[in-house]
Design a protein around this ligand. Sequence first.
Ligand SMILES: Cc1cc2nc3c(=O)[nH]c(=O)nc-3n(C[C@H](O)[C@H](O)[C@H](O)COP(=O)(O)OP(=O)(O)OC[C@H]3O[C@@H](n4cnc5c(N)ncnc54)[C@H](O)[C@@H]3O)c2cc1C
Ligand SMILES: *[C@@H]1O[C@H](CO)[C@@H](O)[C@H](O)[C@H]1NC(C)=O
Ligand SMILES: *[C@@H]1O[C@H](CO)[C@@H](O)[C@H](O)[C@H]1NC(C)=O
Length: 494
Amino acid sequence: MAVLPLFLNVLAEQQAALERPVDAPPAPLPVPNPTKSYWIDTAGANPLAKEGSDGQLTADADIAIIGSGISGVSTAFHIARLLAEEGSTERPLEVVILEARDFCSGATGRNGGHLTANFFNEFTVYSALFGVEDAKRAIALEQRTVSEIIKLVEAADKDAELDLVSGGRVHLLFTEPEVVEAKADYEAAKAADLDLSEVEFLTEEQIEQEYGASYPAVRTPGHNIWPLKLVTHLYKLAKETGANSSTMSLHLHTNTPVTAISSTSSGSSRRWNLTTPRGPVSASYVLHATNAYASHLLPQMRGPSGIVPTRGQIIATRAAAPETVLTKAAFTGNEGFEYWFPRPLESGQTRPLVILGGGRESTKPDFELYVADDSRVNPKVGETLRKFLPAVFPGRYEEGAEPEMEWVGPVIDPANPDAYKGQYISAGFTGHGMPRTFSWSVIHGLSLEAPAMLTPPHSAEAVAQMIVADLQGKEWSIPEWLPHHHLTKNRINE
Ligand SMILES: Cc1cc2nc3c(=O)[nH]c(=O)nc-3n(C[C@H](O)[C@H](O)[C@H](O)COP(=O)(O)OP(=O)(O)OC[C@H]3O[C@@H](n4cnc5c(N)ncnc54)[C@H](O)[C@@H]3O)c2cc1C
Ligand SMILES: *[C@@H]1O[C@H](CO)[C@@H](O)[C@H](O)[C@H]1NC(C)=O
Ligand SMILES: *[C@@H]1O[C@H](CO)[C@@H](O)[C@H](O)[C@H]1NC(C)=O
């Protein structure tokens, strides 16, 4: 194993930084001038960017969803699907999505694009915290979520359009402690009867031969996708499903930040009054799908026991080797701090553009925690990212090459509960093997763990069920697939 130009084995140090008491102010609103992301700022990629940003505002709704990332849009999608299946609303339900900036311009539009379930990572920690059964459910849930997303994309024949690639996931183990931990987690998962038939441990020599990096690794099935295009597809499905079944009418207003929420004045049939610069919106149910910015509207969620905004940084860099040599595999390494994969080739290209995220550990002990500003990149993180691939894959990346694009996005961390009737939150978790505390929170809802992009969709499904059940005056009961520790109610009682 060659020595790498970065901090290794610092996950525990990050965890300590996360738990440090800090008198953090509530998160700001999203800044108006974010860095340009490959996913968002490629021409034609965001047809809904300015949707509903002018004209008349939807001032009255049954359900108001704040945030148009994968959480908010998946919830709309699941509500539409539930209502269409039941087919029994007296009138179409009015659902509005309010987005502070352009459509899907938060973490979902700026992330690493990996869509991969865990098979056994962290199994020991999960089991110790929540018991073996719930640890198993958590793994099963990730696999269910990934397979549902893939089914949905394939059913619509959209794999190519959404750049869904199933090239496997190779998790490089740079240090001996990482090898020891991976083996312990694997053994624990095996003892708990998890299906590990698709997991392979590969030696340094095998990895060298297949991928050109001399580290041992774990290989599992894995995928990557163009996240904004997936969410755009989900939005269209939600809108059409609601319209075709006449059960839901979906509205989207971008560039419409919610700046405050108060109770409606007496006499109103709605519970909540949302303030926006374009006028008030009243709603019976409110879903906070605001991720890193949650504590702006819910200040009790600031600080280490709430949601900690954390800035993640990505570069898009051209490889020096062709696709045939690089393969289509997606990689993670360094306890998940770094993650990368080659984009599918576009016509005329011979060397893939590689999307690489990570480098936060180079800012330790800060780790970019409590940074929600995605308008500027961190040069120190950028330096680590630029050195990373040439060091891990000698000869396959040009040393000193400048990336074609570099951007940041706000991810989040754990949270703490409270209860507001009719307000729900669906907040994801950073993913990538980050922290090991599991105190996700939610307000009468849920939030789930890594990998985060997976998180929101299944969190969204459960939140959608809760809202629809409450609307119809029915009891909601926990679905078999949902790990019990993901439910805030259970967490409050812990
Ligand atoms: C750099 C980076 C790399 C990542 N890599 C991966 C990866 O490879 N795989 C993976 O699975 N996950 C990854 N993640 C995590 C994943 O992107 C997130 O967990 C997921 O996108 C969160 O979705 P969301 O809908 O909850 O949040 P977001 O996509 O952040 O959406 C929240 C939205 O709410 C809006 N908003 C906030 N406040 C308000 C308000 N007051 N009024 C109106 N709108 C508001 C924001 O503008 C934003 O659009 C990464 C994240 C980042 C930042
Ligand atoms: C809605 O109906 C239209 C017209 O029949 C159809 O083309 C479309 O596929 C339907 N969409 C969904 C999501 O069912
Ligand atoms: C919502 O708040 C605005 C601004 O304070 C107010 O004008 C409006 O009447 C309120 N609407 C309801 C339904 O309470």
